[in-house]
Ligand binder design. Structure first.
Ligand code: PGA
Length: 318
């Protein structure tokens, strides 16, 4: 899977250097190769159990912006390869220095995506959209966190509103999934957010506070700072109707304040908070300019390479 991309000064070797410079941010977890439970290029994998014993807890990333593409149930593994190649072509080494990028393809695409990212040294983090809370067992159709860790998955979305609404996931289930992700040294992206009727009733903060409290209760101290929270108002998801930067900032600031009450301000200031819901290239710069918005969880626009690249490169959007 050779990747043809624009020649950079210094040539293709620049990718390896980029991966290194990306990890120079305070508290950065390190290169893909050092991730837990990773399959090697020869295809050998460490077992989830092995990786759980031998790997340190996920390290916090600081507040480096994180732009994540949630592909949902779109694109097979061949289409995934094409999209990743287009993205790698569109993004410049400096983009990865400024912004951390993760993609969250369907499960069936993960192995192909991992191989391409590894072989071509593309510094995009691999993510998943969900996992089961148990490590193994008679759960037909499910995929465990350990299986994802063995594929070098770094980020796992938990509690997405589509999982909550369409598949009946409760806060208790989401909490168990979050713990499973952390048990396998990956980073959870915890999605929270209100419905339109909750917003109209003025109960947005109550809803978000209760989701945070029930899912994050009892989270050990060393697992708090690396957490990512995605504020996704349900009425904005897939509707083309994004929250205004001011409304999004208000809730993201509230989320940080809640985390501060639970864990102290210093820890809350380390946690990255994304906004999600109809994020498009137009408007991303204003969202990212908000003090408490540290990234975006992007659905529809993440499966169009040109749109997603423009979102990652929000610093050039007017
Ligand atoms: P959307 O999806 O960008 O298509 O609104 C966001 C999400 O569901 O994470």
């Amino acid at each position: 899977m050779r990747l043809s991309r624009k020649k950079q000064p210094g040539g293709q070797a620049g990718w390896a250097g980029q991966a290194g410079s990306q990890s120079s941010k305070p508290g950065q977890a390190g290169s893909r190769a050092s991730q837990s439970g990773g399959a090697t290029q020869s295809g050998q994998s460490t077992s989830p159990a092995q990786s759980a014993q031998s790997s340190p807890a996920p390290q916090p990333e600081g507040r480096k912006p994180l732009i994540s593409g949630n592909w949902k149930m779109n694109l097979n593994h061949l289409q995934a390869i094409q999209l990743i190649q287009q993205l790698a072509y569109a993004l410049e080494p400096d983009d990865y220095t400024q912004v951390e990028v993760s993609i969250h393809p369907p499960f069936t695409d993960l192995r192909a995506a991992q191989t391409l990212l590894d072989v071509d040294r593309i510094p995009i983090a691999l993510g998943a959209q969900d996992c089961h809370q148990e490590d193994s067992g008679a759960f037909t159709g499910e995929v465990s966190a350990g299986m994802l860790a063995a594929l070098d998955v770094k980020y796992v979305i938990v509690g997405h509103s589509e999982r909550r609404q369409l598949f009946g996931e409760t806060d208790e289930v989401v909490a168990a999934k979050l713990k499973a992700v952390l048990r396998h040294q990956m980073v959870p992206i915890l999605a929270v957010g209100e419905t339109m009727s909750e917003r109209l009733e003025g109960t947005t903060q109550d809803k978000v506070a209760s989701q945070l409290a029930s899912v994050l209760k009892g989270l050990p101290r060393d697992q708090r700072e690396s957490l990512v929270v995605a504020y996704e108002p349900i009425w904005a998801i897939g509707t083309g109707r994004s929250a205004t930067p001011q409304d999004a900032e208000e809730v993201c600031a509230f989320i940080r304040a809640q985390l501060g009450q639970m864990w102290g301000e210093a820890t809350a200031n380390q946690v990255r908070i994304q906004y999600g819901g109809s994020v498009k290239p137009i408007g991303i710069a204003d969202l990212m300019a908000q003090p408490n918005i540290d990234g975006a969880l992007v659905g529809g626009a993440s499966i169009e390479a040109a749109d997603f690249a423009r979102i990652v490169r929000y610093r050039f959007e007017g």
